[in-house]
Design a protein around this ligand. Structure first.
Ligand code: HEC
Ligand code: HEC
Length: 343
């Protein structure tokens, strides 16, 4: 009954979503652990792709190589001291571990830095989805006055053109272009690199029929499905596929950042955020758009209360957290290895 009431309050879109979820959750929990591949749960959760390729920015080795250098490049910042990796440490699951990030001259931003792993697979970028894809996103921080603080696109191009190693790398990555060193191509290269940032985990081995989850982890997965977490956190990334309100059932404790309504100026978008991916969630705290809590247990409890009107027991929370930890993947060490930056 609880589900019916919940569905009614969400309006039509949520109702449809809820129905699909209920059917899938029912089927998925009917035979836990059996033949997940190609089964309902496989589709609901989805298998992780080998990379998140894009038709409009085809992956080439040269582009990825250049993108990797640019990701680690502090000379893309005004004071030569901040790179993408400063706030999205690839060796540390793509985050900085702070509530909100520190950028140019130690200025502190208003939002928590989300991980760059799997970001390319999301429906859009940023907590509020204001950039369509990782290529568009990569242009933001370089010019953002409190992140990397470069004054203009032209200034970025001017700097890169003066580093012979980059001129060669851009020429190789964008063959045949009259002027390969552009701000736009910088973003394409970074995006191409980010499209390879995937971390397969024990959960993926399980989905492929590999088994190996403990009774507690299975029970956590059951709780996750049964209580409705998967109505928002679904797909191969367990999130990143829709916008939802923070505080659907009980108002979110902090209302300073109102999410998508700042972009759309519409009341219905108040407190709407992109549902974050739960992959590597064990490693990507502090949690939520403002980094409100560093404890995963608290984050899960808050979700129960604010999104589902449920008071999850300590045991339920512990089980869910145990399952969430199966989403911790392997860092692709060779792919992310910091290259020698060109002179
Ligand atoms: C000063 C810290 C800082 C730097 C430097 C920085 N970022 Fe970010 N990044 C953030 C924060 C904070 C957000 C979330 C902002 C928001 O949602 O409004 C973010 C969001 C993102 C996202 C969106 C992820 C998602 O799940 O929506 C991607 C991708 C990303 N950054 C990549 C990059 C790249 C590439 C660079 C370098 C060109 C970079 N960042 C530089 C802090 C930083
Ligand atoms: C109605 C949609 C919805 C439901 C149901 C839901 N979530 Fe969320 N979840 C969100 C949104 C939206 C956010 C981001 C909120 C914010 O940052 O303000 C989020 C954030 C999270 C985070 C923090 C992620 C991060 O990177 O900071 C975790 C962990 C989480 N959810 C787990 C769960 C669990 C476990 C359940 C079930 C008990 C659940 N969620 C149910 C929409 C939902």
């Amino acid at each position: 009954m609880r589900y019916a009431t919940w569905g009614m309050r969400q309006g039509r879109i949520m109702k449809t979503q809820l129905f699909v979820w209920l059917v899938m959750a029912g089927l998925a929990t009917a035979q836990p652990g059996q033949n997940m591949r190609g089964g309902m749960m496989g589709r609901m959760m989805g298998e992780l792709p080998a990379n998140m390729a894009s038709g409009h920015n085809p992956t080439t080795e040269a582009k990825v190589k250049l993108g990797r250098m640019l990701f680690y490049e502090p000379r893309l910042s005004l004071a030569n001291d901040v790179s993408c990796n400063s706030c999205h440490d690839l060796a540390n699951y793509g985050v900085d571990g702070k509530s909100t990030s520190t950028g140019h001259k130690g200025q502190i931003g208003g939002r928590n830095s989300p991980t760059v792993y799997h970001a390319a697979g999301h429906l859009a970028q940023f907590w509020d989805g204001r950039a369509a894809d990782v290529e568009e996103q990569a242009k933001g921080p370089v010019l953002n006055p409190i992140e990397m603080a470069m004054p203009s696109k032209a200034e970025v191009e001017w700097r890169l053109e003066r580093i012979p190693g980059y001129v060669t790398a851009f020429r190789e990555a964008f063959p045949g272009e009259a002027k390969p060193v552009t701000f736009h191509n910088m973003a394409l290269a970074i995006g191409a690199f980010e499209r390879g940032l995937v971390t397969p985990s024990r959960w993926d081995r399980f989905l492929k029929g590999g088994g190996g989850l403990s009774a507690q982890e299975m029970s956590g997965h059951h709780e996750f499905m049964h209580n409705g977490c998967a109505s928002c956190h679904n797909g191969p990334y367990l999130g990143g596929a829709s916008y939802q309100k923070a505080g659907v059932m009980n108002p979110w404790p902090s209302q300073t950042d109102s999410g998508r309504s700042a972009l759309t100026h519409q009341d219905k978008d108040k407190m709407m955020f992109k549902v974050p991916s739960l992959r590597n969630i064990e490693k990507t705290g502090p949690y939520f758009h403002d980094g409100m809590t560093g404890r995963l247990e608290d984050a899960v409890k808050m979700m129960g209360k604010h999104q589902l009107n449920l008071q999850l027991s300590e045991a339920q929370v512990a089980d869910i957290v145990a399952w969430l930890k199966t989403l911790t993947g392997e860092i692709p060490k060779a792919y992310i290895e910091k290259p020698q930056l060109p002179q």
